[in-house]
Design a protein around this ligand. Structure first.
Ligand code: 5GP
Length: 176
């Protein structure tokens, strides 16, 4: 990409306000029992950090590494587990925390993998959703924001490993 430019889509304040609402909903909804928050690396690392602090109930945190995109903005369609969970999830409530649902290929694959381990329930919390691009149906129980089909960076999301540290979520576009 030549001279990439960033335009703010959601500010730090908007993101934090929405996460407080999601945390309150999760706190309200979950019955007693083990809750394991499964963060998907790397893009969801900041969302996980803020979301777990907005959930007021006991929970455990683990991470899974999944790669579906190569170096660039076009999905390769390939999904690979690059880091598995450290914890056993049998009998627990699992809340998958993902940065963005795009085609749905990554999450539909992940749900199949995790279902085989017999958790009591599996739900998805996704900060961003691009419904226009969906190729596989995935049930998103907690959604931060729906966005149009644009490539976004910041707040954990990267382009070639850059921009993850931006506080805002921005659209990345080619400059003049
Ligand atoms: P899916 O399998 O749903 O097509 O892809 C989901 C993954 O693709 C996300 O977890 C994220 O890593 C990546 N992705 C999809 N859209 C974007 C985007 O606009 N920006 C960035 N940085 N990554 C994206």
């Amino acid at each position: 990409m030549n001279n990439p430019q960033t335009t703010v889509l959601f500010s730090d304040e908007q993101i934090q306000a929405r996460i407080r609402e999601l945390g309150a909903a999760i706190t309200r909804d979950y019955p007693a029992g083990d809750l394991i928050v499964v963060g998907i690396l790397k893009g969801a690392f900041l969302f996980v950090a803020d979301l777990v602090r907005a959930i007021e109930r006991p929970l455990k945190v683990d991470f899974m590494g999944i790669s579906s995109y190569g170096r660039g903005t076009i999905s390769s369609g390939e999904v690979k587990v690059t880091k598995d969970l450290d914890m056993q999830i049998e009998g627990a409530h699992v809340l998958i925390v993902e940065d963005i649902v795009d085609t749905g290929v990554t999450l539909s694959y992940l749900i199949e993998v995790l279902k085989q381990r017999k958790p009591q329930s599996i739900q998805i919390a996704a900060l961003l959703d691009k419904p226009e691009r969906r190729r596989r149906e995935v049930p998103v129980a907690y959604r931060g924001f729906s966005i149009p089909d644009a490539f976004v960076v910041g707040y954990g999301l990267d382009f070639d490993e850059n921009y993850r540290g931006l506080k805002d979520i921005c659209v990345l576009s080619e400059g003049a």
